[in-house]
Design a binder for this molecule. Structure first.
Ligand code: SF4
Length: 485
């Protein structure tokens, strides 16, 4: 498919719009003033005059053509206008109308928060989201509700605080749809002792830096991978190192992802609870054994229920459960059963993901094999309705590339049980210092205006090998905060 620009170079945005309709496609980008030859193209033209611009789009796809034109004043956003024209033309040719409209970025709620900070009313925000971004009523509503749920958390957060992310990029086996940096324990068992030694050193060093900077630790989050792949004594060692390296007296939330139920034992959950963990995530992804088998997730639904039960016995009063809409071979009925069962269990947080397929080749292959024909939109709609009815509210929302039907991931919570860390990471209002392989530190200044990222080495092997260099990178923290003064 050729994407041709004339009189403009809005490549990034407009390619994003095209991918809403034809995902996982490599576009042939050209800059020419004439309409491309061939059967499949989008021609995007801006002709500038003294006080206005003439904008038009001609698309050819599936043996049909669509043409959209508009005249835009000098004060209008021409990139946005062309995005809307392209969206309308492709919608006409494909018969599909993605519900988020031309919002292609990952954080739609950020846009709503921007509007709220300008004191716009709910009606004004709905109008702007629909008029500017062609967003549907349904998605505007979800974004608004999410923004309201976040408001208190965002208003109350201490600007001098930070969160600590601890990366444990190991899992017992690798699920076929994994999009994280994670390695199966069978492959990298030998790397773990050195990894833990280094991780403890990085934690201690980070502790000394934040003491100098006068930052307050607010939340801790163990992610990965599956942190509970580690043994109880290894988890205890890490948690004790954190407690010795930071002032824990202001910590309001301490999450450990215990994602895979097949890693959970009474001893591990008791150990993390004893060492300060307040919230665990136990993720069934689906409560259908046949779907679990299909996605190569080597545990059963029975193991999930057992793990959930252990978490309650140990005393956890905040449990998150992740599920995924649109998994290969799942059906609306079995997805509905998953949602109903988790609500019945009373999990405080239920996170509804939509399947995102990282590798385009895999997406196309699974489509061809008919594995992805289940209606993810219908599944997400069911979850939304049931969770609303059951007293949950959406509190964070994000999108990824190659998500089925251009949908989203939504964290739902019972009132007052929202995870602070999840809001901070989505809205980028607080510094998050990451330790461990695959971690990415986000530095946010006191005004919330300057944002910088520092990346750790991605895989445990290179993390171990270049550990000294990696530790040196941590000094960027001091440089960042020195700039603010
Ligand atoms: S448990 Fe999660 S992180 Fe681990 S392989 Fe499966 S999807 Fe990836």
């Amino acid at each position: 498919m050729t994407l041709c620009f004339s009189g403009n170079d809005y490549k990034y945005e407009l390619e994003g719009v095209m991918k809403l309709f034809i995902p996982a496609t490599l576009f042939n980008i050209v800059y020419e003033d004439k309409i491309p030859s061939g059967d499949e193209f989008a021609f995007v033209r801006k002709k500038q005059f003294d006080n206005y611009a003439l904008l038009y789009v001609i698309c050819s796809y599936n043996g049909k053509r669509a043409r959209k034109v508009c005249k835009a004043g000098s004060d209008e956003d021409h990139e946005l206008c062309l995005s809307r024209l392209l969206f309308k033309a492709m919608s006409e040719l494909t018969g599909s109308t993605p519900k988020w409209g031309i919002i292609t970025g990952i954080r739609p709620v950020k846009q709503v928060n921007r509007y709220l900070s300008r004191n716009m009313t709910e009606d004004e925000i709905f109008t702007a989201m629909q008029k500017d971004y062609l967003c549907s009523d349904e998605k505007c509503g979800i974004a608004m509700k999410t923004a309201y749920a976040q408001k208190k958390i965002l208003d109350e957060h201490d600007k001098n605080s930070f969160s600590l992310y601890v990366s444990i990029p190991f899992c017992p086996t690798r699920c076929s749809y994994c999009s994280f940096v994670s390695q199966s324990i069978e492959q990298c068992m030998g790397q773990i002792p050195e990894y833990l030694d280094n991780l403890c050193k990085e934690i201690e060093y980070t502790g000394s830096l934040v003491r100098k900077l006068g930052l307050t630790l607010d939340t801790v989050y163990f992610g990965g991978g599956t942190p509970t792949t580690l043994e109880a004594d290894q988890l205890e060692r890490l948690m004790k190192t954190i407690a010795a390296s930071f002032d824990m007296s202001h910590v309001r939330e301490y999450t450990v992802e215990a994602g895979r139920p097949d890693t959970i034992t009474y001893e591990k959950l008791e150990t993390i609870k004893k060492n300060g963990c307040t919230r665990v995530s136990i993720n069934p992804q689906t409560l259908s054994d046949s779907v679990l088998e299909k996605i190569g997730r080597k545990h059963t639904t029975e193991q999930f229920f057992k793990a959930y039960d252990i978490a309650r016995q140990v005393g956890f009063d905040c449990i998150n459960t992740d599920i995924i809409a649109g998994l290969p071979s799942d059906t609306p009925e079995s997805f509905a059963h998953t949602v109903d069962k988790l609500i019945e269990l009373g999990a405080e947080n239920i996170t509804v993901h939509t399947l995102s397929i990282k590798r385009a080749a895999r997406l196309n292959r699974d489509r061809e094999e008919g594995l992805l024909e289940n209606p993810a939109d219908k599944m997400v709609g069911y979850a939304t309705k049931r969770l609303h009815e059951s007293g949950y509210a959406p509190y964070y929302l994000y999108r990824q590339k190659n998500m089925l039907e251009n949908l989203e991931n939504i964290g739902w919570s019972k009132p007052g049980r929202e995870s602070l860390y999840n809001v901070y990471i989505m809205e980028e209002v607080q510094t998050i210092i990451a330790v461990g392989a695959g971690g990415s530190t986000k530095l946010v200044d006191l005004d919330g205006k300057r944002l910088e990222r520092v990346f750790n080495y991605k895989f445990p092997l290179e993390y171990n090998k270049h550990f000294d260099l990696m530790l040196e990178k941590k000094n960027e923290l001091e440089e960042f905060y020195a700039q603010k003064k």
